[in-house]
Design a protein around this ligand. Structure first.
Ligand SMILES: NC(=O)c1ccc[n+]([C@@H]2O[C@H](COP(=O)([O-])OP(=O)(O)OC[C@H]3O[C@@H](n4cnc5c(N)ncnc54)[C@H](OP(=O)(O)O)[C@@H]3O)[C@@H](O)[C@H]2O)c1
Length: 384
């Protein structure tokens, strides 16, 4: 496999790093060499030995040896040209570009099928969370009825900050911006456009349809005030920016809007910059995908998985190595309830009635049980 990476910014350079660090393991996985032949960006960056640096993406597209083109420049103009040209040459394309797929997916996929070329875009929704392929392939026995989720980490971070630090929208935005959470074009995040790009892609795969992106109504979080959040909480709800797509009798409903969600709902408890996607379907009922939706390695990991998929022949070959060394996982924090006060290192302690309750620091079980010799106690693992 010979790869050309166009765009060496946050995600692109992460892809270079992962492919370099994991080269041996990935090559074993697909049974062939994984070579980054080109890295392309406007400003030169330091690349591993043997990777050719170029400023001109045509060098990548015109090289017949390159069979996988990775587009990571973003935007919908030059990126579109790069992808269409690569597909025309029969190269596989991997991208994280949600805006481009949402606006020009129909045209791009037609080009791909015309030239028997493939395009992969898992990283375009939910960063590293695998959610595009499940919506497209893994739930095929089911009819997907609805997809909804928190698809934009920046707005979720701002809403979380408003609640935890008792701030209004503008104050929280200033902090989020200072921490580098807000894109150069803030409107993409704040007005729900980025979430709309992503729900478009999920709906396209779930319902096997293209739509006009411009018909999606996107409302962002600018109108959400601290007062609304407080009232919502009193009523047992939290306000989240929810992107939704579902089948309607006369078509498909898609929108993005601030929405009150019951505090008992798992989606209401997805905070900070985390993303979640909930898919409702007829047999599996509900399934949730939760994780980090942005960031260098998070997103680059999904891009690398797609790069490997372009050459993966049979994922269901069962040629695993047999490992005999299987052990219990004993290095953990532990919960201990004892009738006597204990002489142990702990993170948390309280006593109630006749019980002494401890959460220990992380410790090897052998070491802990040695310290507890002669005592009577109840002990469970605590997830770290
Ligand atoms: N960042 C994330 O966490 C994240 C998450 C999910 C999806 N994505 C998507 O991933 C894509 C890349 O995002 P990013 O955050 O990595 O962007 P970025 O940091 O701005 O990097 C863009 C890169 O593209 C290069 N570039 C721009 N125009 C070029 C041209 N004409 N020819 C060659 N190189 C060019 C830039 O070069 P110079 O630096 O030299 O100008 C830079 O290396 C976008 O589609 C974005 O929506 C990002």
């Amino acid at each position: 496999m010979k790869i050309g990476i166009i765009g060496l910014g946050t995600v692109g350079f992460g892809v270079v790093e992962i492919l370099t660090e994991q080269k041996e393991r990935l090559e074993k996985q697909i049974g062939e060499e994984v070579v980054i032949k080109y890295g392309c960006s406007l400003e030169e960056v330091s690349l591993p030995e043997n990777v050719i640096y170029t400023q001109d993406f045509h060098d990548v597209l015109n090289d017949d040896e390159v069979d996988v083109v990775v587009e990571l420049i973003g935007g919908i103009t030059i990126a579109k040209t790069i992808i269409i040209e690569a597909l025309k040459k029969g190269k596989s394309v991997v991208t994280a570009n949600k805006a481009l797929i949402a606006h020009y997916g129909e045209e791009i996929f037609k080009e791909a099928s015309l030239h028997h070329a493939k395009i992969y875009y898992e990283a375009s929704v939910g960063g590293g969370i695998p959610v595009v392929v499940p919506a497209k392939e893994d739930l095929v026995a089911n009819e997907i009825l609805k997809i909804e989720g928190i698809l934009n980490g920046t707005t979720n971070f701002i809403l979380t900050l408003m609640e935890t630090d008792n701030l209004d929208f503008d104050e929280a935005l200033t902090i989020a911006d200072g921490l580098g959470f807000v894109e150069a074009d803030a409107s993409l995040d704040l007005d729900g456009i980025d979430a709309a790009h992503k729900i478009y892609i999920l709906a396209m795969n779930a319902f096997h349809s293209f739509f006009d992106f411009d018909k999606i109504q996107a409302n962002g979080i600018r109108q959400v005030t601290k007062k609304d959040m407080d009232y919502a909480k009193k009523l047992g709800y939290r306000i989240k920016l929810i992107a939704q797509a579902k089948k309607l009798e006369n078509g498909i409903g898609i929108d993005v809007s601030p929405t009150l969600i019951s505090l008992k709902d798992m989606v209401a408890n997805v905070n900070q910059a985390y993303n979640v996607v909930e898919i409702t379907c007829n047999y599996l009922e509900n399934v949730l995908f939760y994780g980090k939706g942005a960031g260098r390695y998070v997103t680059a990991s999904a891009v690398v998985s797609d790069i490997i998929k372009t050459h993966q022949k049979d994922m269901w070959e069962h040629d695993y190595t047999h490992v005999n060394c299987i052990y219990p996982i004993t290095f953990s924090k532990y919960y201990i309830r004892s009738h006597r006060a204990l002489d142990i290192d702990y993170e948390t302690y309280f006593s109630q009635d006749k019980d002494h309750i401890y959460i220990t620091n992380e410790i090897e079980l052998d070491e802990l049980t040695h310290q507890l010799e002669g005592e009577t106690y109840n002990l469970f693992k605590v997830r770290g």
